[in-house]
Design a protein around this ligand. Structure first.
Ligand code: ZN
Length: 393
């Protein structure tokens, strides 16, 4: 446990002192919501659907992995997502785009991490004002037809179509159960009953949270683990190759070290303080054949990395029901014919022909028929029917 976990999990006299501030925090939040509900403050509706993905506690809770999964899931359905974030950076000015080559100091760790892990496959914009960020992204990328906002569950100014909250199910996820600043909660737990879906990040089955019966709960679980070279992400390696190497690991995560131990990889570990910006001098280990990090630390080294730098990747497996829930909701937003109009073939990106009776979307170029199940087009190559040569299209 690091200091922040110790802090969030205890109730000391200091926490009691802070508790009135927590009360004030939740009252301000409730008051703000009331002003929006009464129409005294006006919320903004964007021309495209927007999905909020956030955790209810401080920290990531697995949110970034879910955002990457969501980008790919939406892409697989022929949708063109864009990401907006407030970012944690020095940039509190006007909206700016983020790519792998962005400066860490300017865009912040989190946005850079998403750009790195999503391999720049969709636009990411950050800035202080989420409404302006969303508008700037859509102006620069009119092809985007759905937005993902990767924070801001409490920001009611921006109207949203779906809210997905990630809950870390492997620790005592809600800490001492108090609201900020005395506890790790960013909103009251009853908020979980009002979101579209709760996603349990189930690293282990040690503790199970009851989210109530009125909200849809899905699970994300660890999938494959592999390594990629930081400078050349297409260069992959498996665990066995790393077993007899001299490896230095930079991390402050005990989970990560435990994981390496479980994978039977011997390492020398060096602590990395959260949010610390590494320099080249920090990471000089003459005997190291491999310098291994989690992606969130690795992106801090992009500007000075050499070929010894490797990144641990952990794929996630998400309940299929979540994808269906999201698409069902999106479909309601788009309204029937519109969604079918904007969908393209996930392989060739070409137009699709809608066969109403067969409930299929046909790509003439690839001779594939994508099924429409329960009104949701399933835009996955492995689910598509290959059209035999004699079938007319
Ligand atoms: Zn096609």
């Amino acid at each position: 446990m690091n200091w922040s976990e110790l802090y969030w999990h205890r109730v000391t006299p200091f926490h009691v002192l802070l508790w009135p501030l927590s009360l004030l925090f939740i009252m301000v939040l409730a008051f703000k919501r009331l002003l929006f509900r009464l129409g005294i403050l006006r919320s903004v509706r964007l021309p495209v659907p927007i999905i909020f993905v956030d955790s209810i506690t401080v920290g990531d809770a697995g949110k970034t992995s879910l955002v990457i999964w969501l980008i790919n899931a939406l892409k697989a359905f022929g949708l063109r997502p864009g990401i907006i974030s407030r970012g944690y950076s020095e940039n509190y000015g006007s909206p700016i785009p983020v790519t792998i080559s962005s400066k860490l100091k300017v865009v912040g760790n989190r946005a850079l991490l998403i750009a790195y892990q999503s391999k720049d496959i969709c636009p990411i914009w950050i800035g202080h004002d989420r409404v302006k960020v969303a508008q700037a992204l859509l102006a620069a990328h009119p092809e985007c037809n759905v937005l993902i906002c990767e924070d801001g569950l409490q920001d009611v100014r921006l109207q949203r179509d779906l809210e997905i909250v990630v809950v870390d199910n492997s620790k005592q996820n809600f800490g001492n159960g108090l609201i900020l600043p005395a506890g790790p909660l960013r909103d009251s737990l009853s908020r979980l009953n009002k979101v579209t879906a709760v996603v349990m990040n189930q690293k282990s089955s040690r503790s199970l949270v009851n989210t109530g019966s009125h909200v849809k709960t899905f699970y994300m679980r660890p999938g494959n683990v592999y390594f990629t070279n930081l400078l050349n992400p297409d260069y992959r390696s498996t665990i066995s190759v790393f077993r007899d190497k001299s490896i230095h690991v930079i991390t402050d995560s005990q989970d990560f070290l435990d994981q390496l131990k479980y994978l039977k990889i011997n390492v020398r570990s060096h602590s990395a303080i959260n949010h610390y910006q590494f320099t080249k001098e920090d990471l000089q280990f003459p005997d190291a054949e491999i310098i291994l990090m989690k992606a969130e630390d690795a992106v801090k080294c992009l500007s000075f990395a050499n070929k010894k730098f490797w990144v641990l990747h952990e794929e996630i497996v998400v309940d299929i029901g979540l994808r269906e829930t999201i698409l069902k909701k999106l479909r309601e937003q788009f309204m029937d014919p519109k969604l079918l109009d904007i969908l393209v073939c996930p392989l060739c990106k070409g137009p699709l022909t809608y066969k109403k009776n067969e409930k299929e979307l046909i790509c003439k170029a690839d001779r594939l028929a994508f099924p429409i199940r329960d009104g949701i087009p399933v835009m996955l190559e492995e689910e598509a029917r290959i059209l035999p040569a004699e079938e007319e299209i």
